[in-house]
Design a protein around this ligand. Structure first.
Ligand code: DOR
Ligand code: ZN
Length: 342
């Protein structure tokens, strides 16, 4: 059944967002802040956001960059195995989650975790579980690129079993193996991007190489995309939208040595609406995927905002302040008609 010509999405949330810093932050933050009520902000700056001072100062820079938009930046710290209970208690009010990167796996993750020894991680992860601080994880090994996420699933399971009180969010999942793991452990949750619901590796590298679709984890096989679609369109209660929108300047993408990251923030809601309609998914499932489920999992109440979309072709701009978005210069079916705060 086609959707009505005008659709209202309430309090949209982006549960995985890269806002960067400095000039890039100023160039792109307003885009997300306009159409979303809030977002989980990734900490992979250079150097990473890893102290209380880092996180409060970064939040202040974000608030300054978004001006008077009603938008909550839900802050994260970059996980270090040395975080202890005293530190975590002192920083708890400033953060919504902590993000764990395996060392060197993606952009600015050199200071991340190696080895995943449960006893080494126990003091930090046990305290996080007790204090109710969720752990967001970039789940990839350093194996063969197509297998990295599936190879990480046993690590997710080991952590989920060892720390049953800890909420573990499998970030930007791309494989059927991660989808299957969701239902095996009560404390495993997931985010899914819009691009991984649309593209496979064929779109990235099957014809001419498309640098603006290159990201980590790399897009996978059609059967993986099917598994992701099933839980996203079906509003699985442990699956949230997280764009992983990751802007890089055009020259860093269109170069020999292309940076990983797809920039989707300005078109994410329009694309998701198009996708859910195309697959005949109920509109209420879209609302759950883009907000309600995340509110339940994280226990957050975002500022009130209604985004009104209209079925009207929209030509995606060639760039937004020097950053090339997914579908640049192509038409999509929906456009944002109005945003009502409150
Ligand atoms: O493609 C990606 N880009 N994946 C990540 O995990 C990081 C991100 C970035 O920060 O550019
Ligand atoms: Zn990311």
């Amino acid at each position: 059944m086609p959707y009505p010509d005008t659709i209202t999405l309430t309090n949209p949330l982006d549960m995985h967002l890269h806002l960067r810093d400095g000039e890039m932050l100023h160039n792109i933050a307003k885009g997300s802040a306009k159409s979303f009520s809030g977002a989980i902000i990734m900490p992979n700056l250079v150097p990473p956001v890893s102290t209380k001072e880092d996180v409060t100062a970064y939040k202040a820079r974000i608030l300054e960059a978004i001006g008077d938009e009603r938008f909550t930046p839900y802050m994260t710290l970059f996980f270090k195995p040395g975080y202890d209970r005293t530190f975590l208690e002192s920083v708890k009010e400033e953060i919504t989650a902590i993000k764990l990167y395996p060392a060197g796996i993606t952009t600015n993750s050199e200071g991340g975790v190696s080895g995943f020894d449960v006893e080494e991680l126990r003091p930090a992860l046990e305290a996080m579980g007790e204090l109710g601080i969720p752990l967001c994880v970039h789940g990839e090994t350093n194996g063969f690129v197509m297998d990295r996420e599936a190879e990480f699933v046993p690590i997710y399971e080991k952590l989920a079993a060892a720390f049953p009180k800890l909420k573990i969010i499998m970030e930007h999942i791309t494989t059927k193996e991660s989808v299957a793991a969701l239902d095996r452990f009560e404390n495993l949750y997931a985010t899914i991007t819009v691009h991984h619901l649309i593209i496979t590796l064929d779109d990235v590298a099957g014809g001419m190489l498309r640098p603006h679709l290159f990201c980590k984890p790399i897009a996978k096989r059609p059967e993986d995309r099917e598994a992701l679609l099933k839980v996203a369109l079906g509003a699985h209660p442990k699956v949230m939208f997280g764009s992983d929108s990751a802007p890089h300047p055009r020259h860093a993408k269109e170069s020999c040595g292309c940076a990983a990251g797809v920039f989707t923030a300005p078109i994410a809601l329009q694309l998701l609406t198009q996708l859910f309609e195309h697959h005949g998914a109920p509109l209420e499932n879209l609302q759950k995927f883009i907000s309600n489920t995340a509110q339940n999992i994280y226990g957050i109440t975002p500022p009130k905002k209604r985004v009104i979309l209209e079925r009207k072709p929209f030509t995606v701009p060639q760039e937004y302040n020097g950053v090339v978005p997914m579908y640049a210069e192509e038409n999509i079916d929906y456009t944002i008609k109005e945003i009502i705060n409150g």
